[in-house]
Design a binder for this molecule. Structure first.
Ligand code: NAD
Ligand code: AKB
Length: 307
């Protein structure tokens, strides 16, 4: 019987993925875990530091886990401030998950990122396969993580699947320390009637996606027949790209008095090394991936939900 464990479940993506998986498979099928409990939790929860390999194995054993969605991580901006922590959590955490998956024959979802690319990669329509020399600790952990996933698939037959998420934008949860966080924060300020000071330059174009599409991509990839999955590192997926200025201009259609100023900080240096747009042709061809929500529809939906 299917039994899912989500690590890092109370983060930006985990909050929404948990609801989607519980809706699809039933509340009791999905066990969530994180570093801290949440009062409003309605389903099964276990405290789990992903670095605690022994506890991970106890949980897998106790609940007869069959799949792990491994979301626990330290993201790009926090990672540049705490590089050793980011490396430890992102690498040792993933290896703990892959080892237990090998021993218990579990399926695994691993989220990689556009951060796996670097300044040497083509910046526009960055292809699935290209030079990859990430320039952040987070990006290095993602490209190494992708390679470990491939290794466990090739050598131990672990059914591990992965996508390189762009920046994810959703009204349901707050982001947790990344470079694309501005694209969520800006909506909260606009709807509250406040001005916004952006930590990226006005022309810092990055690939982004709305939360609904990201969750759908995750579930569609995990549901795809194994013979359709040729990539066991990680699939490029894409929806739209925009700069802070383009986003501010679209939001101003709803809030004409909304003002944005630009004060780039260390996160601009991270954004400078990431792609502007992504070529996701391989995911489209192999498991029929297609984004569903446009940039304009995303802005409209964010504003109406936050209002
Ligand atoms: P987040 O920062 O919002 O959440 C991460 C969660 O992991 C948090 O709840 C945190 O408490 C938990 N965590 C941190 N250290 C842990 C540890 N040692 N043990 C257990 N849990 C720990 O992140 P997110 O945005 O939800 O991202 C989820 C995954 O998706 C991450 O792997 C991230 O790299 C990837 N991703 C996210 C985005 C995005 O835009 N949100 C884009 C690309 C990739
Ligand atoms: C971040 O900005 O760190 C994440 C990502 C794109 O991986 N949102």
């Amino acid at each position: 019987m299917k039994k899912i464990l989500i690590t890092g479940a109370y983060g930006q993506i985990g909050t929404v993925l948990t609801s989607a998986l519980r809706e699809k498979y039933g509340t009791d099928t999905v066990l969530v875990s994180d570093l801290h409990p949440k009062e409003e939790e309605k389903g099964q929860f276990e405290l789990l530091d992903i670095l605690d390999d022994k506890r991970l194995r106890e949980i897998v054993d106790q609940y007869d886990i069959t799949e792990i969605y491994h979301l626990a991580a330290v993201l790009s901006a926090v990672g540049e401030q705490r590089p050793r922590l980011a490396w430890k959590v992102n690498m040792e955490g993933l290896l703990n998950v892959l080892e237990v998956a090998k021993d218990y024959d579990l399926r695994v979802f691993f989220p990689s990122s556009i951060a796996a690319f670097g300044g040497a990669s083509p910046r526009e329509m960055t292809p699935q396969d290209t030079v990859m020399q990430p320039e952040t600790v987070y990006g290095i952990s993602k490209i190494a993580g992708e390679s470990w996933c491939h290794y466990y698939y090739e050598n131990f037959g672990v059914d591990v699947r992965s996508v390189r998420y762009p920046g994810i934008i959703g009204y349901q949860s707050l982001p947790g320390g990344g470079t694309t966080d501005y694209a969520v924060d800006i909506f909260h300020k606009a709807v509250a009637g406040n001005d916004y000071e952006c930590f990226l330059k006005e022309d810092a174009t990055l690939p982004m996606m709305c939360m609904g599409d990201a969750i759908r991509a995750t579930i569609e990839l995990m549901d795809a027949p194994a013979e359709q999955i040729s990539v066991r590192t990680s699939y490029n997926i894409a929806a739209f790209s925009f700069s802070p200025l383009e986003l501010a201009t679209e939001i101003q259609k709803y809030f004409p008095d909304f003002k944005v100023t630009y004060k780039p900080d260390f996160r601009q240096k991270i954004a400078d090394t990431w792609p502007e747009s992504i070529d996701d042709a391989v995911a489209r061809k192999e498991w029929n991936w297609k984004p569903g929500i446009s940039f304009e529809a995303m802005v409209k939906s964010m504003i109406s939900h936050l209002q």
